[in-house]
Ligand binder design. Sequence first.
Ligand code: SF4
Length: 377
Amino acid sequence: MKYIDEFQDPELARRLLDDIHTTVTRPWALMEVCGGQTHTIIRHGIDQLLPEQVRLIHGPGCPVCVTPLEVIDKALAIAARPGVIFCSFGDMLRVPGTDRDLFRVRSEGGDVRVVYSPLDALRLAQENPDREVVFFGVGFETTAPPNAMTVYQARRLGISNFSLLVSHVRVPPAIEAIMTSPDCQVQGFLAAGHVCSVMGVEEYPELAERHRVPIVVTGFEPLDILEGVRRTVQQLERGEHTVDNAYARAVRPEGNPAARAMLADVFEVTDRAWRGIGVIPDSGWRLSERYRDYDAEERFPVRGITTAEPAACRSGEVLQGLLKPNECEAFGTTCTPRTPLGATMVSSEGACAAYYLYRRLGGPVSTTTAQEATTVG
Ligand code: SF4
């Protein structure tokens, strides 16, 4: 399949690996930011093929995983209200809130629907003018533009029974938070290529310079990851710390101007809490004043909901790269994709789910295990 097979070529992978092995002279710790990259790394065993000196730390780039428990509880409260149609992508339905998930709300009579686009939710609002339709808008710079566009459309079409429960987050402030953490071990970043395809790379040079870390924009196929690692390690060995685009087939320096304009119109930057990490300044978006009417938190009485993270789940450490999933006491025992204690075990991009799917007990993956984990997204 074009654009897939050619980025999984074993001969090219071997050459890239040889180059990395030849280049490395001392230990380096790199963080891949995106959960999609984590899955590629674990699925293909890339971390096991790299030189021992190159350690990959899994970053916080899974949108479902970083959505705070408090926001999940707000979603559950809204979804349970009579007269509401609550719409979400499928991967949010099994994310546990304090005492239930969206599947449970649906089984108890709530009208919870899986949609494939926020525009599907807007269409439901048009078709059901006597109901309140809410879309659960979570994620990074990749999912924010279509959600912004949907709110823009709702206003343009005069659809007033639609609202958005917003929990959007931004990558650059997360990199800042990771680099200023006292426990930080990261020396170089594989930046998330899809995020940069929207936002471009202009926010990164200042970060790279100030923290003296190379930031290499990286794609998602095995050869993309290897090329990202190769370029990052080359910079580290040379003592450099620049921004490099290893995903030029998708990323232009300026990103996607139309998407950025839509984001700037509909959203404004705000402080946002990340699950297990806490509040990171300027790390999220909320609806701007012009569109505040479409904010579900304004429309429904959920502002008072505050929830502490459960002590049993160590996903905050996993999301900061301080703990490997299989180092968590609950991993594979009390916490599995069928009985998740945290979002990182539920999400199709979660690091715990990746470890469970591809590495449980360190042995071959059973068919049952694979099926179990691939149905959670
Ligand atoms: S294995 Fe489960 S309990 Fe442990 S960090 Fe991952 S999601 Fe949380």
